[in-house]
Design a binder for this molecule. Sequence first.
Ligand SMILES: Cc1ncc(COP(=O)(O)O)c(C=O)c1O
Length: 554
Amino acid sequence: MKKKIFFDSNIFIYAADKESLFHDESVEIIKDSIEIGFFTSDLCFLEFYQVITDGRKTPMPLSPGKALLYIQKLWSTPEIDVLEADILGAFEEKEHQNNLDRYNVTRFDIYDYLIAACLKKNQIRKIVTFNSKDFKKYPWLTVVDPRETYDYRNAGRSAAPSPPSSRLPASSYIPYGRQSIDEKDVAAVCSVLRSDWLTTGPKVAEFEQAVADYVGTKYAVAVSSGTAALHAAMYAIDIKPGDEVIVPPMTFAATANCVVYQGGTPIFADVDPGTLLLDPAKVEEKITKKTKAIIGVDYAGQPCDWDSLRDVADKHKLRLVADGCHALGAEYKGRKVGSITDMTIFSFHPVKHITTGEGGMVTTDDPELAGRIRLFRTHGITTNAHQREEQGSWFYEMVDLGYNYRITDFQCALGISQLRKLPKFLERRREIAARYDEAFAELSGINFLAVRSDVLHAYHLYVIRIDSNILGIDRTALFTKLRKKGIGVNVHYIPVHLHPFYRERFHADPGLCPVAEAAYEQIISLPMFPGMTDEDMENVIDVMQKIILQNQDK
Ligand SMILES: Cc1ncc(COP(=O)(O)O)c(C=O)c1O
């Protein structure tokens, strides 16, 4: 007898639609499953289901012609059993009416309920669907989401590095970070693609307002990347040749590069040995007459000691800027990162808390800084309504040298959709961190970064420090072993001043920031992203434990 597994018809729709984002995965799933016997629904209520599917559940709308082809293909595929239950008729029954209340079925998921009810009637207990969240509430079903169990995460769209070349099956590779995109995100982007606006339009303003509201600032200006946001921030505070800006070495190069773009000089001040965050005392030591600003980096998702940095900045009349690219959703003394400093920079790169593909934002309460950033992101061009009236509607003026750092409307539609899920994403990141904390607390030789008691960590990264004397294995060897086992660990960061560019141009040699340099030898970032399953998490822990125990036995 065939095992009864039900496939949500979307999987077939995606398989039939070459342009679908899920096409390849769906074809693979069907191929893999052909032997076990499976069912699909939808033909019993095909007419409206297909309409609903059209544009709602596929990234590209299925044209009527394509839909017909798909239906014919489905009918003529002998391996597919089509479930033909009269479930619409069944709707008159009291049981269903009660269920609608019990499972809080709304008009948006009524079709999913229809499927679930149909399966129950046909005694099918297992469903494979991309829409697992809407089916999990029905207790009679075991729900399998290919994105959680199948080789989905490495389907070529990940921002994380691809698996090492050791011919591991891609499905067993867990990257250190990756985006979480669902159908709502896809639909949000598609609806903008079908509208009149592609580049700067209403979604840019809406996304800016949503981020400003979220972090609690008056202004937010969206740009094409976190790096562009940093550059714009340095322009806004008028960094120019001869100016110095103090930055930490334990960060991505862009934090220092933005100073160089403006002709300024980044001055590296060392980090605190416990948190690896910019050390306010070290900052003070580096201040000279040329110092104009301090950029603190909320490394890994933990806010800096902003009060102490503010004291130093105020004492020397410096601007204070936060590189919050790791810290959307983090809090410092109850205040959200984004609202603490003169300006905060966010990145929406795919490994960050929310993504727009590429994208960035500056948040601030200062209208003048926000205005300068807006100018900078569009070539330094102003269009003054009064002037336009006087001179004709073509009139604009370029008042300063700016760039094209604009973000598109469809990216911002994605950002708005992602922002709605940020609380859930943060919750999952914190859950993963808590589980790692618990599991590694027992392994001697693994040390954690200190977490201050007055912060809420956003865990962009989960960084541990390896004590090679105790473990008998150094960071690099552990890194290699983990990668070989399919755990996509990474190292954040090579201290920026040690990069050849900084050594040559700014004579920033080893020894300049000994705390960061020593930490660099020991740190390793473990996989951390909201789409990680419990199984992924336990797999990381298990592999780590095995490598370490094996080594201790030697
Ligand atoms: C601390 C930090 N600053 C700046 C950036 C640059 O952001 P983006 O990649 O969006 O340009 C990153 C991105 O990795 C980052 O981690």
